[in-house]
Every structure is written in C-alpha cells, then in structure tokens.
Design a protein around this ligand. Structure first.
Ligand SMILES: Nc1ncnc2c1ncn2[C@@H]1O[C@H](COP(=O)(O)OP(=O)(O)O)[C@@H](O)[C@H]1O
Ligand SMILES: [Mg+2]
Length: 478
C-alpha cells in the first residue's frame, strides 16, 4: 500500500462522480421509458375510447382490471379508471344480470374458448333496458395460462327492437292469416249448413203439410166413430125388440137373416169398429210424430224430448227401413233409458238423428246387396238405439249402432271431413257427419264420437249436456 491517502480520496471522489452520472443517466432513461409507457397507454386508451364497442377486462375472480369510456358510461362511472377493483355486483345491473355475466365469464375461462355474438338484455346506468351483443375471450399470461377475460360489446338495441318489431309484425300477420282461414272455414261450414237447412226446411214443410192434411180426415173419422158404434148398438137393440115382439118371423125375413149370418155380424161389427178406432189412433200418432219432426225450423233452443225426436225421425225413414227387393225389413231395437227433456235446437238435433240413421241404413243396404235374402233373414240387419242419462244426470248419451260393414281404417280419420264420402255420386254428399258434428259440438256443447269394427258394425255416440245448449240461436237461421 504505497498510495497516499489524498490520492485515494481523489480516486473515490472521481468514482462517486462517475456513479452519480450513471445514476442520473439511469433516472433520465427511466423517465423517458415511463413517459413512453404513459404515452402508449394514453394512445391505447384513446384507441379503445374511439371504438364504438364497450371494452372491459377482468381478472380470474371477476374483478375489473380496466375498461374504455363507453363501458364506463354504461356502468355510470365518471372515469374508466374508477372501475379498478370493482366487480359486477358493484355495477348498476341487476343481481340476475350480474350472475349471468359471471357464469358466462367462468364458462369462457374454464373452457379456454371464446364466445362471440351473445345477445342479452341489460339495464344501463340510466335504468333503461338495452340490448347488447357481447363477445368474450380468455386472457392469457406469458405461459399461456388463463388469467382473466376480455370482453367487448355493442349496443344493438335499435337493431334488436327492429327485429322484435319485425317478429311481432310477422306473428300478427300469421295470426291474421289464421283468423282469415278460420273465417273462411266458418263461412264454408255456414254455407253447407244453409244448404242442408234448406233441404230440412223443405222436408219440414212437406211433412207439416202432410200432417195437417191427415189431421182433418182423422178428426172427421174419430169424431164419427163413437156415434157410429152407438148407432150400431141401437140398431141391434131395436132388432132384438122386433125379435122379442115377433117370435115367429115371416119366412122371407128368417131366410134373409140366415143368409146374412146376422149372428156373426152382431158379433163382428163391434170388433170391426174397435179395430177401426185403433187404426185411427195410429194415424193420429203418426200425424203427431210428423208434426214433431216438422218443427225443424225452430231457430231458438227449446226443451227437447230425445225419444220423440228419435221416433219421429224413424217414422220419416220408415220407407227406407221396411222390406225391399234385397232384404227383409231392418230390425230397429230401442233401448231407451229414463231421460229428462234437454235444452236444445229441435230441428237441428233431428237433423243429426236423420244423418246418423240414414248412414246406418245406407251401410246396411250396401252389404245387403252382397248377401242373399235368405242370409239376411237368418242374420237380420239391425239398428240399435240406446239412450241413457250419464255423468250424474248432467249428460244424455245416445248411441246409434248398426251391424253393417264397419268403417275402414283409411276412412276413419276422414269421416267428419266435409265432402268425404265413400258413396256413389248422387248418393253421398259427405256433409252429413261434418254438419252433425258441428251441430252437436258447437250448437249444443256436446260430443260426437264413433267406434267401428270392420265387418261387425259401427256405433255413433252422441253426448249432450242436459242444460247446455248454446243459449244463442244458431248462426244460420234455417
Ligand atoms: N254407420 C256407418 N257405417 C259405415 N260407414 C259409415 C257409417 N256412417 C258413416 N260412414 C262413412 O262415413 C262417410 C261420411 O258420411 P257422411 O258425412 O254422412 O256423408 P255421406 O253419407 O254423404 O257419404 C260415409 O261415406 C261412409 O263411408
Ligand atoms: Mg250421410
């Protein structure tokens, strides 16, 4: 150590100056880097604030690390920097919205897969509902680990509202088209009913006319029958008196009495008059039935006796039930239960019975053509009409069954359709069941169903609420 102390001190001083210079330079460089960093941060913020999207990023725990101006505005913050350290539950959105965003973030971070185009509603800082289209992507560190999430979204409220309006407009249009369709169907049904009503009305008039014409001579006959019986009794009484007063009759009279078989006449004449009375009673019953049926054009609901309706319809169809070239008469089996009168449209219900019964007759006639008369005798065609009170006396059930050919699988789903018929042109119109169903279900709030077994027969089941006829008069006045 030959260096003197002063020179050592000098060296130290020089070194200190050099070090200070280096430190000074270091400080200046650092200042420059920091300025540069601030400038690039400001540029980045400026870029982010200029974009139309709202931008935000969060750490793995859902805490905000930063956002741009748009996002800060939506979140009701004065400054984007104020977001630091806050989470979705500190934001003005509802708890449900915050939950939803959280679960979305977690999904993206767990799957490490971005999600684009998520459309969702949100309440903004002013409490208005807006629609957002959001994109979310995982943020990675240098080692590729997910450290958070970057999200952007755009306010698509206007587009969304336009879409919703379009959708509503579309739905309205579809509804209107549907309404138009049902109006059209309704119109078609009304038209069909008008046609059938017209026929029923014509038939009703005819029947009413016949009933009226029958009535006069029947009254005339029944009015005279009783005195005629008395006159006959009186005549025989006088004859007896003559015979008592003149035990020995002149031979010419005696002979004539024997020729005329006066004793037989005396016995038979009262019987003849009694059976004539029976005949007159039957004609009167027929006339009453005809009048019941002919009230087909009653436009308001009245109390209706189901059995009278069925019987008068059977009477009108009697000519079709009786024997013909192909077959013996169709057997009609009535199993009538105890029924109250129901509230209904008389003519319309008769129209239903008419349609169902004539369908059964058509079906039986069709098979009879393929069978021999003898076969028909041995296995008779039969229509069974059963009535009962059901559902705690709230409902009347009427079943019209036949042992005809049944309804084929293919026809089953179509038989209630308008114009569906399996009958030849001129024979079937395909309207009977469509109209009957409408009358039963719409005018009377009842049901019309059927069961059928091929080659065994068919049965049509009508249920009608006892009280329940539609209180309104039918739409189409007959
Ligand atoms: N009792 C029945 N037995 C067999 N088929 C039936 C019976 N009732 C109805 N159908 C079938 O339903 C079709 C439609 O009946 P309907 O609407 O009354 O029209 P239409 O009698 O004019 O054919 C008939 O063509 C027939 O095929
Ligand atoms: Mg028919």
């Amino acid at each position: 150590m030959d260096q003197s102390l002063p020179s050592t001190l000098e060296n130290c001083h020089a070194e200190l100056i050099a070090l200070r210079q280096i430190h000074q330079q270091e400080l200046e460089r650092r200042q420059e880097v920091e300025d540069e960093l601030r400038r690039s941060q400001q540029l980045l913020q400026l870029i982010m604030d200029t974009l139309p999207e709202a931008i935000f990023w969060k750490d793995r725990d859902g805490r905000y690390l930063g956002c741009n101006r748009n996002f800060a505005d939506d979140a009701g913050l004065k400054n984007p920097a104020d977001i630091l350290g806050q989470d979705d539950y500190d934001m003005p959105w509802t708890k449900e919205e915050a939950d939803f965003y959280r679960s979305c973030d977690r999904r993206v971070m767990d799957s490490n897969q971005p999600e684009f185009g998520i459309v969702e509603p949100q309440l903004n800082g002013d409490g208005e509902k807006i629609w957002l289209e959001t994109n979310k992507a995982p943020l990675h560190n240098g080692e590729g680990h997910v450290i958070g999430i970057l999200g952007t979204y755009q306010d698509i409220t206007q587009r969304r509202e336009a879409e919703i309006k379009l959708q509503e407009l579309n739905q309205k249009l579809q509804r209107q088209a549907g309404e138009l369709n049902s109006a059209m169907e309704e119109l078609q049904r009304s038209q069909l009913q008008m046609i059938q009503n017209e026929k029923m009305s014509a038939l009703g008039n005819l029947v009413a006319g016949v009933a009226h014409e029958i009535n006069n001579p029947v009254t005339f006959l029944s009015g005279n029958l009783h005195p005629a019986q008395e006159y006959v009794r009186d005549l025989f009484k006088v004859l007896d008196l003559y015979q008592g007063a003149l035990p020995e009759l002149p031979p010419a009279i005696e002979e004539e009495m024997e020729d005329l078989e006066l004793d037989f006449i005396r016995e038979d004449l009262p019987k003849m008059l009694t059976s004539m009375g029976e005949g007159i009673r039957r004609v009167r019953d027929i006339s009453v039935s005809l009048r019941t049926f002919s009230r087909a054009d009653t436009a308001s609901s009245t109390l209706f006796n189901v059995h009278e309706g069925l019987d008068s319809t059977l009477l009108i169809l009697k000519h079709r039930i009786k024997v013909n070239d192909q077959r013996p008469p169709i057997q009609i089996e009535k199993q009538y239960g105890e029924l109250p009168e129901i509230n209904g449209f008389l003519g319309k219900l008769n129209q239903v019975f008419m349609n169902l019964l004539s369908n059964a007759i058509d079906a039986l006639d069709e098979v009879s053509q393929k069978r021999s008369f003898q076969d028909c005798l041995e296995n008779p065609n039969r229509i069974t009409i059963t009535t009962a009170l059901d559902q705690g006396a709230e409902e009347v059930r009427i079943v019209i069954a036949d042992n005809g050919p049944g309804i084929s699988e293919g026809a089953r789903e179509k038989i209630f359709e308008q114009y569906f018929t399996t009958k030849d042109v001129g024979k079937g119109t395909g309207l009977g069941l469509a109209i009957s169903q409408q009358i039963v279900t719409q005018d009377h709030k009842g049901t019309l169903d059927f069961k059928s077994q091929l080659n065994e027969g068919s049965e049509f089941i009508i249920t009608l609420p006892v009280k329940g006829a539609n209180p309104m008069p039918p739409k189409v006045a007959s």
